[in-house]
Design a protein around this ligand. Sequence first.
Ligand code: HEM
Length: 482
Amino acid sequence: MLPSPPRFAIPFDRMNVATARTAESLPGPKGLPIIGNAHQVRPERLHLQMEAWAREFGSPFRLNMMGDPIIVSDDVAAFQQILRQRPHDWQRSTPVRLAAQEMGFDGLFTAEGEEWLPQRKLIMQALNHTHLPEFFPLLQRVTERLYRRFERASATGEIVDMTDELMRYTVDVTSALAFGEDPNTIDQSGDRIQQHMALIFPALLRRIMTPIHWWRWLPSPGERRLQRALKAVHGHVDALIARGREQLRQREPGRPRHLLEAMLMQAQSGESLLDDRRIRANVLTLLLAGEDTTANSLSWCMPFLAENTDAQEALAQESRAALGDSLVCPSIAQLERLDLCEATVQESMRLRPTIGIFMMTPTSDQVVGDVLVRKGERICMIHRPALQSAQYFDNPAQFRPQRWLREARDGVHDKRAFLQFGTGPRICPGRHLAMVEVRMVLSMLLAHFRVELTIPSADLEEVLAFTVTPKRMPVRLHRRSQ
Ligand code: HEM
C-alpha cells in the first residue's frame, strides 16, 4: 500500500477568523472552578500528561491555567509554519521570558524584537563550524579525559550514571569553546557548577506552569535552595567575565578568540546593546543550552544500544575504523566518517525526544489549522506523536539508525517532522557543535567499551526539566578486547 502523502503537502490553511474554533471551544480535561486544570499539571511530567490527554481528547485540546488557556497540538506541520514565522508573528511564550529574566538568563534564547538579531549573529558566529579546526585539539583532550574516567569505571566494575558523566563533558566543552576556560569538571568531585545548574531548569519549568508566583512571598526550602544555586552560578559566570576582561587587557589587540571575548569587545566598542547584564545572561544561556540538551540526547541512546547488540557492533566497527590506534577520534577527516554515530543519536531522539514540548505565543491573532490562537495565548506542541507516526517514518516503532543515512534510506522518511533542533530563523545555533560532540563521544565509547544498562529499560523514567532527562541512567561499561 502506498503511504499517505505527508501533511506538508497541504498548504497552511489560514481560515477565516470568524469560523475558526477558539481555545474555549476545544475539548480538554475537566478542571475546577477558577483554577481550571492548574491543580492537575505536574511540570516534571507535563509532556507525558499532555500526550495522555491528546490520546483521550484528540488534538488539539486545551488546558485552562487559572483562566489562561493553553492550546495543545501534535500537528507538526502547523508547528513548522509557526516556527518559521518568527520573529515577526510568533514569539517564545511570555512566562518563559519572564522566568528567564527573573533568573538572569534572558539572553539569546528569550530575546525578542530588535534585541534578538544582534545577539543571534554574535552567537552564530561563535558557534560556526568553521572554527572546528582550531577547536578540535581541545575536543580531543576533553574526550580523552572522559575516556580515562570510563576506563577507571570499567576496571573497577563501577556503575556510572551516564547522564551525569555526559553533563560534565558538555559543560567542559561549552565552557572551553565559548569562554576560553576548561573547568575540567569530569575529574572533579564534590561541589560542582552542574549541581547548581541542575536546579535551574526544573525551577524554570515550574515557574512557567505556575499561574500564582507564590515563591516571591513565601519561599519554600526548595526555593531557597534555588536562590543559593542561582547565586553560585551567577558568581561562576561573573568570575568568567572578570577573567575574560583581564585577559583582554593583557593581550595584544586582535580577533576575538571566543564568544566571551567577542561580547566583551563589542560592549567596549560602545556600538552594541550588550551591557554587563546581557553578557552574563548569554554566558549562562549557552552554558545551560549546551549542557542538558546534548548530554540527554546522548544518554537516551544507552537503552537502545544496550538492547540491540547489532547496533552496538555496527557502531563499534565504524568507530574502530575511524579511531585506528587512537584513544579518541584522531582528525576531522575521520570525524566526518562517523555518520552512524550521528544517525544513532538522531534515531534515539526520534524515539525518546529530548525536546518534549515547544510553547509559542502569537504577536497578533493567528489561525492555526482551524483554531484561533489569540494574541498572547499559548500554543504548545507535543513532539513525540509525529516522531513515531507512520505518516512520517517507516516502521516507526523500530530502532533503526540506518534510516538517517542517505544510502540506506528507503520508504517514508520525512525529516521535516524532526523538529528536535527547532526550525526557521531561530533554529538551534549549537546543533553542529552538538553533533560533533556526539561523534566524538559515541566513537570513543563504542570503540573501547560495550554498554550494559543495569536496570530494565522499562524502568527508565522521563523527567521534564525543560529538556527530557532520564531520572537515572545506570550503565556498566565492559572493556572490549583490542
Ligand atoms: C542535542 C543537542 C541540542 C538540542 C536538541 C537543542 C535544541 C534546541 C531547540 C529545540 C532550540 C529552539 C529552536 C527554535 O526555537 O526553533 C534551541 C535553541 C538554542 N540552542 Fe540548542 N540544542 C542543542 C544543543 C545546543 C548547544 C550545544 C548549544 C550551544 C552551546 C545550543 C544553544 C542554543 C541557543 C543559544 C538557542 C537559542 C537560539 C535562538 O533563540 O535564536 N544548543 N536548541
